[in-house]
Design a protein around this ligand. Structure first.
Ligand code: AMP
Ligand code: TRP
Length: 334
């Protein structure tokens, strides 16, 4: 578990965009934490479809991906009996509070965001991409969560969210909880299998860079077998000297629940090939039940839609309460 401690009454919120294929970086860095946290906290999980359209989307694909992601999250273990799984576009308060935050955020703060710089291309960018972080701040602050479990690429967005909460509270009076990021120490950044200097990403050029949750056992075995390694032959956890092996150890550690050191010790004296084969079999074994549940869920889209509708109803209650309190403090006539 991440090093921060949370108290029993905590609320957790996180979000994920319905873009592309969920990979083991998303799973280990984010989704698995959400699933584990459900035992102790109220967890809100939001599919960020309004964020997805900050880059152009094909309508048919957006719909298919959104429902597929909902099924994947359910298959990974998000339990709608205990947690609130919903679509961002089903809760209008997000766009409304995002607008309010736009009026409180200097342009320079948004232009400096790494994601904005990376995603704007030579032709420029749309205003929605610039305003991505203020919408994300609204997503989070509406639910008054104590912590936001994400991968470490989201730290900059969370820092802005915390700043907006403090800014609003200072100007209009105590309204928002200032949430903490919650990042798994090693799984917070799973690196690409073909290049341990770049994070595992679904937008990678080569598909062998990541393992998708829905990859077949043979695809998984092949990708792990072809993963780059470091010089030498010892299995040791040393991220600066042996980044590729350290990444494979981190993956095994996160899937098995053993520490990186335990994984390294257990494979002490075995070669890279044997270690890789053990890792591939572990991933195949851990993903199999998720894949099976996913297939069953995909056969009944109406049931998934019903879960999302109920989730949105619950989410709207909390979100509207926070939004109204913020609007009242700002002088809006309610
Ligand atoms: P994304 O796929 O970029 O929408 O990310 C969804 C969630 O997965 C976010 O919490 C990310 O921080 C997390 N995530 C994405 N890529 C990785 C990675 N390579 N390692 C760990 N976490 C990741
Ligand atoms: N920006 C996040 C990502 O790309 C997705 C996201 C949107 C999110 N709103 C959120 C994550 C609120 C945490 C909390 O991964």
């Amino acid at each position: 578990m991440a090093n921060q401690r949370l108290n029993q009454q905590s609320t957790i919120l996180s979000g994920i965009q319905p873009s592309g294929n969920l990979h083991i970086g998303n799973y280990l860095g984010a989704v698995k934490q959400w699933v584990d946290l459900q035992a102790y906290y109220h967890v809100f999980i939001m599919i960020a479809d309004l964020h997805a359209i900050t880059v152009p989307q094909e309508p048919k694909e957006l719909r298919v991906r959104t429902l597929a992601l909902a099924n994947l999250l359910l298959a990974c273990g998000i339990d709608p009996e205990h947690s609130t799984l919903f679509l961002q576009s089903h809760v209008p308060a997000h766009a409304e509070l995002g607008w309010i935050f736009n009026t409180m955020t200097p342009l320079g703060e948004l232009e400096r965001m790494t994601q904005f710089k990376e995603k704007s291309d030579a032709k420029g960018a749309y205003a929605g991409l610039l305003n991505y972080p203020t919408l994300q701040a609204a997503d989070i602050l509406l639910y008054q969560p104590n912590a936001v479990p994400v991968g470490d690429d989201q730290l900059q967005h969370l820092e802005l969210t915390r700043e907006l909460a403090r800014r609003f509270n200072n100007r209009f009076g105590e309204t928002f909880v200032v949430p903490k990021p919650l990042i798994m120490q090693s799984a917070g950044r799973i690196m690409g299998l073909d290049d341990p200097t770049k994070k595992m990403s679904k937008s990678a050029e080569s598909q062998s860079s990541y393992i998708a949750i829905l990859d077949t056992p043979d695809e998984i075995r092949k990708k792990i077998k072809n993963a780059v390694t470091d010089s030498g032959k010892e299995i040791e956890y040393n991220p600066s000297a042996k980044p590729a092996i350290a990444n494979l150890i981190a993956i095994m550690s996160a899937f098995s629940g053993s520490s990186e050191q335990e994984v390294a010790e257990k494979h002490n004296g075995k070669g890279y090939a044997e270690f890789k084969s053990d890792l591939a079999e572990l991933i195949v074994k851990k993903l199999a039940p998720i894949q099976e549940t996913y297939r069953k869920l995909a056969e009944n889209p109406d049931a998934t839609l019903k879960i999302l509708k109920q989730g949105a109803k619950n989410a709207r209650e909390t979100a509207n309460e926070t939004l109204n309190s913020a609007k009242e403090k700002m002088g809006f006539v309610l």
